[in-house]
Design a protein around this ligand. Structure first.
Ligand SMILES: [Zn+2]
Length: 259
């Protein structure tokens, strides 16, 4: 599933293509997406990421909110070419066409009030008061990895980056949130921002089907230290990386240096 760096990549790549441009055609090819009405003639006034959602504000004070979920991808076609399999909607602009491909059909596209979209939880790729983290975490008793992946608190971190962040921060994924010191939260916040911004600079992580707007793989998979590296030596301490399940998700960590 695309996480914060992947959606941020799409948002940055889309801006020069569609910002201040009019939608000149819109077609839904999969009825599962529902009917969101006519978009032709409306102008895109902003393109941004909120958590794992891509938000395109329109000049009608409404916003299109796209969540790619499991297998959704966006693809830009500068010229008319055959539609790839699993195309679910097409949005045409003067410079080209934006396609949403999604074999498993879980992606959602909704039209909603633009004001509602600006309601934000913590954006872990930006600066924010770290006290916001420990004030919420201090009263919770859940594994820190589950806390980092709770989209109601921190928007955009999924399984890959949660594993990498906790390894970089030397924290065991099963530690209870209320047991972490303020210093440890500061370390997590700093590492989280660094990991996510490095991944954005690499246009995301292509360990499975992630491709950017132009069909290219990201590069952050080459920088992964624990994710999908079960049995390999830890790049920091030479301990053996393990994979165990936590809340149903494969969790990769180094039991020797993540305490
Ligand atoms: Zn280690």
């Amino acid at each position: 599933m695309p996480e914060l760096p992947e959606i941020e990549t799409l948002s940055r790549q889309l801006r020069p293509m569609i910002l201040d441009e009019q939608i000149c055609g819109f077609e839904i090819l999969d009825s599962l997406l529902g009917n969101i009405g006519r978009l032709e003639g409306k102008k895109i006034t902003s393109v941004m990421r909120q958590g794992k959602s891509l938000v395109m504000e329109l000049d009608t004070s409404a916003a299109l909110v796209l969540h790619l979920r499991m297998t959704g991808r966006l693809q830009w076609h500068a010229s008319h070419q055959a539609l790839p399999p699993h195309t679910r909607f097409i949005m045409a602009f003067p410079r080209g066409r934006l396609l949403c491909l999604d074999p498993r059909r879980f992606a959602t596209l909704i039209l909603r009030d633009a004001v509602r979209c600006s309601k934000a939880v913590i954006d872990p790729s930006r600066n924010y008061p770290v006290s916001a983290l420990w004030e919420i975490a201090g009263v919770k008793k859940l594994p820190v990895k589950s806390f980092l992946m709770d989209q109601r608190i921190i928007a955009g971190v999924g399984n890959i980056y949660a594993c990498e962040i906790l390894h970089d921060a030397l924290i065991n994924p099963w530690r209870q949130t209320c047991s972490l010191s303020k210093q440890e939260w500061r370390r997590i916040a700093t590492v989280m921002r660094d990991v996510l911004n490095r991944a954005i600079a690499c246009r995301g992580t292509s360990v499975s089907d992630w491709r950017d707007l132009f069909g290219n793989k990201g590069e952050y998979q080459h920088a992964l230290k624990v994710y999908r590296r079960e049995g390999s030596p830890c790049p920091r301490c030479c301990g053996r990386i393990q994979r165990l399940r936590l809340s149903g998700r494969g969790t990769y960590f180094c039991p020797a240096c993540q305490v």
